[in-house]
Design a protein around this ligand. Structure first.
Ligand code: URP
Ligand code: ZN
Ligand code: ZN
Length: 464
């Protein structure tokens, strides 16, 4: 049956206006004032903002990582839906010695039938053999036009500069985009050993062993390699001032560099890592949380367009049994935190309501630009005739306090515990099907579909 959303205010990355939306067969088929359609279920959006479904381009769901496995699709996709996210692009990893497609197939098997929302995959390149380079055109044709490389995690995921060059060159030929984790893994390994030699084993030393300089240096190196190749580059989870400055300078030179930060880098400081009784371990992620000056710099970088996307880097491990693996040695704490559920409401509270972002800019950075860079636009990331009816009704005055006890992630703690938020999704539609009603999940695991994404060149010119 058709659906007609009436009486709300549509907010896209460029416009805010009152109009009704008619949905048929999962798509938006008409937008206009006072649409009267007898043959449709009417959804009243009085007092609500109508947003495109949020796109989270950076998640690690049900992923083996750091010697353990992150929280599963069946909980995290529901948490995402309740938080207003209708599509995630998750990081699949090439198993060492295997093909890229092996990695994708493993991730697809886990998500299929278990995801409440749509999903795509990036493929993390861990073992770039010649046959793997030859596989890149196939992987792009399969709808996976984004490759990920890690400059950190020595002896595990880290690649060297030559591999980065080769990955960028092969990706460029196919119109694929390389995403990069910028931290100097060699130096981190050395600094970690020094800490351990000095008996500095607590979570705080995770941050000490990963100073901003290791991120700044790697950011500069990654951009330099991309410049030599002449390829675009997407820098994930930028955590501070100097790396943002390097990106700003690269953009000023006209280089096609794109960047993302995450809610935890905008809202939490390094002090969290000092919490007693190993509680600091809950906040161990890479790059690490940093001082207030970096937070201020990141908000400025969002404002001036140096950073254009805000992904969650949701990589959720329980405190009990998982984070605890590093109780006696911070190097063994699985890296990562949560954010898949709270991204929109946190950015509305601390971005829009504190005057740091306009509503349109929030939509742009959480949905439209990620959709464009990830090859999902215009089917996703906007509300337009012909786009998927991935739609969020958002109550801008709804007050909540974030707590593990009320969050829907499959986790025994919440990095944002106690944060008071204003504004929350109330109703969420995935390709026209209502999956969240009055803040409650009413969809089904398996509603989510694998989304084949377009190669990067497809929307290159539309990204500002
Ligand atoms: O600490 C983090 N960020 N964990 C997830 C993996 C990554 O590096 O993105
Ligand atoms: Zn990373
Ligand atoms: Zn990540």
């Amino acid at each position: 049956m058709k659906k007609l959303i009436k009486n709300g205010t549509i907010v896209t990355s460029s416009d805010t206006y009152e109009a009704d939306i008619l949905i048929e067969s999962g798509k938006v088929v008409q937008i206009g004032r006072n649409i009267s359609e007898v043959d449709a279920e009417v959804v009243d959006a009085t007092g609500k903002l109508i947003l495109p479904g949020m796109i989270d381009e950076h998640t690690h769901i049900e992923s083996p990582f750091g010697g353990t496995v992150t929280a599963p699709w069946k909980t995290e996709s529901v948490a995402a839906a309740i938080g207003g996210t209708t599509t995630v692009v998750d990081f699949a990893l090439q198993p060492k010695g295997k093909t890229l497609m092996d990695g994708v197939d493993r991730w697809k098997q886990r998500a299929e039938g278990s995801s409440a929302i749509d999903y795509g995959f990036h493929i993390g390149v861990t073992d770039l053999r010649d046959d793997v380079i030859e596989e890149i055109p196939t992987i792009v044709k399969e709808g996976i036009p984004t490759l990920k490389v890690f400059m950190a995690y020595k002896n595990d995921l880290m690649i060297d500069d030559a591999t980065m060059y080769k990955t960028l060159a092969a990706a460029k030929d196919e119109g694929a985009l390389v995403m990069v984790h910028c931290e100097n893994g060699d130096l981190i390994s050395l600094l970690q050993e020094k800490c351990i030699e000095n008996n500095q084993t607590e979570p705080f030393y995770h941050a000490v062993s990963r100073p901003i300089e290791v991120e700044t240096e790697a950011t500069y190196r990654a951009i330099s390699i991309a410049e030599i190749v002449g390829a675009p580059l997407f820098i994930v989870h930028v955590s501070g001032d100097e790396p943002a400055e390097v990106i700003r300078a690269a953009k000023a030179k006209g280089l096609p560099i794109y960047a993302e930060t995450c809610p935890h880098y905008l809202l939490l400081t390094i002090d969290e890592l000092k919490k007693p009784n190993f509680e600091g371990g809950k906040y161990v992620c890479s790059p690490p949380l940093r001082e207030q000056r970096h937070i201020d710099a990141l908000w400025n970088a969002l404002k001036d367009g140096t950073i254009e996307a805000i992904g969650s880097d949701h990589c959720a491990f329980n405190f009990n049994g998982q984070k605890e693996l590093g109780k006696d040695d911070f190097r063994k704490i699985p890296n990562g935190g949560n954010g898949i559920e709270h991204r929109l409401t946190l950015l509305h509270t601390h971005g829009v309501l504190e005057g740091k972002l306009s509503l349109n800019k929030m939509v742009d950075q959480l949905s439209t630009t990620p959709a464009k860079v990830m090859g999902l636009f215009p089917a996703k990331g906007t509300i337009a005739v012909g786009s998927d009816a991935d739609i969020v009704l958002f109550d801008p005055s709804k007050q909540q306090t974030i707590s593990q006890s009320t969050s829907h992630q499959g986790l025994d703690y919440d990095m944002f515990e106690g944060f008071e938020t204003t504004g929350a999704p109330t109703d969420v539609f995935l390709r026209g099907k209502q999956i969240v009603k009055n803040g409650q999940f009413i969809g089904q695991l398996g509603d989510g579909q694998f989304v084949r994404r377009n190669a990067f060149g497809y929307c290159y010119d539309t990204i500002k």
